[in-house]
Every structure is written in C-alpha cells, then in structure tokens.
Design a protein around this ligand. Structure first.
Ligand SMILES: [Zn+2]
Length: 177
C-alpha cells in the first residue's frame, strides 16, 4: 500500500499506472512446485514463499518431504541394508507418507530411532513396524514437545495435539492393505 501511494504521488497519470502495474507484476511473480509428490491443489505459489533448490522451486512442506525421504533412503542404505530392493523401499515409503499421510519427519525419526537403539530391521517392509512402534511414537511425541518448548510456551491442554492417532487402531494387516 505504501508503494502504491508513493508511485501515484511521484509520477501520476498513465505513467503512474504503468509503474504500478510493473510493481504488482514483480511483486506477485509465481512459480510452480516441481515436487512429483506435491499434494497441494494449487501447484503455483508466490516465489518469495517457495524454497529454491537448483533451478527448481518447491512448497516448503514439499521440499521438507523430499529431503526427509532422501535421508530415509540414505539411512536405510547405510545402516539397515546396503542393497535394498529400491522399488519396494520407495513404494513402502510412499505408502506411509502419501497414502497413509504420516509425516515424513515421523518416519525419519522412527528409522533413526531403530538404528540408534539397534532394533532389528532388515527389509523395507519393516518400516511398517517402525511406524507402529509404541516406543518410537512416545519418543517422537516427546521430541516434538521438547522442540516446541525451545520456541514457545506450551498451553497446558495441548498435549494431545502431538499424538499420531491414525496408526493406533490399525493392525499390521490393515496397514499393509
Ligand atoms: Zn508442492
């Protein structure tokens, strides 16, 4: 608004309108999210809000998911199985993150937890056990609360917000469907 007034005052008339148009076009430049797994209905977003990586732009959450999945695959390869069946590993990860909608950060946390605590895990399908593991869930929720405390005060009644409810009522058979 400030710029609008400034331009109109300083130039005025048609020139002012042109300057205003240019200002708006530059300010509203949009880019398209390049993530193949993008779930946003609106693939275009304001350039200033996008994450740039190489020559591509992403929604911040799409970029986070992309990076998390990269880390999950690296961890799996370096600590679980150096030669996993990639197509299986990828489809299991996609199923957990996109179909079931569990956060990629939760899966990443769980896999790291399994590695740190030396819990046996050999095959990509084992990731379905990771996301159902009560210890993992508790540790994840605790870490979330801890991270939040670093930044803002937690309201007393907000504890339940950090619980991943969907997986609790599902058996393994349900999950692999
Ligand atoms: Zn996106």
């Amino acid at each position: 608004m400030r710029s609008y007034l400034l331009i109109n005052h300083s130039i005025g008339g048609t020139e002012g309108a042109t300057a205003l148009l240019k200002f708006n076009m530059r300010n509203q430049s949009t880019v398209t999210c390049k993530y193949s797994g993008c779930l946003h209905l609106e693939k275009t977003l304001d350039k200033e809000q996008a994450i740039k990586s190489g020559n591509s732009y992403y929604h911040p959450d799409c970029f986070q998911t992309k990076e998390d999945i990269k880390k999950i695959i690296d961890l799996f390869k370096n600590h679980v199985n150096p030669n996993p069946v990639y197509s299986t590993l990828q489809s299991v990860i996609k199923n957990i993150v996109f179909t079931k909608g569990l956060g990629s950060d939760f899966l990443l946390f769980g896999l790291q937890y399994y590695i740190d605590h030396k819990i046996p895990l050999n095959y990509p399908q084992g990731l379905y056990y990771v996301i159902q593991n009560k210890q993992v869930l508790d540790a994840y929720n605790k870490s979330k609360v801890k991270n939040m405390k670093g930044n803002i005060e937690i309201k007393e009644d907000s504890g339940s917000e950090f619980t991943h409810v969907p997986i609790q009522n599902k058996s393994f058979a349900d999950i692999i469907k």
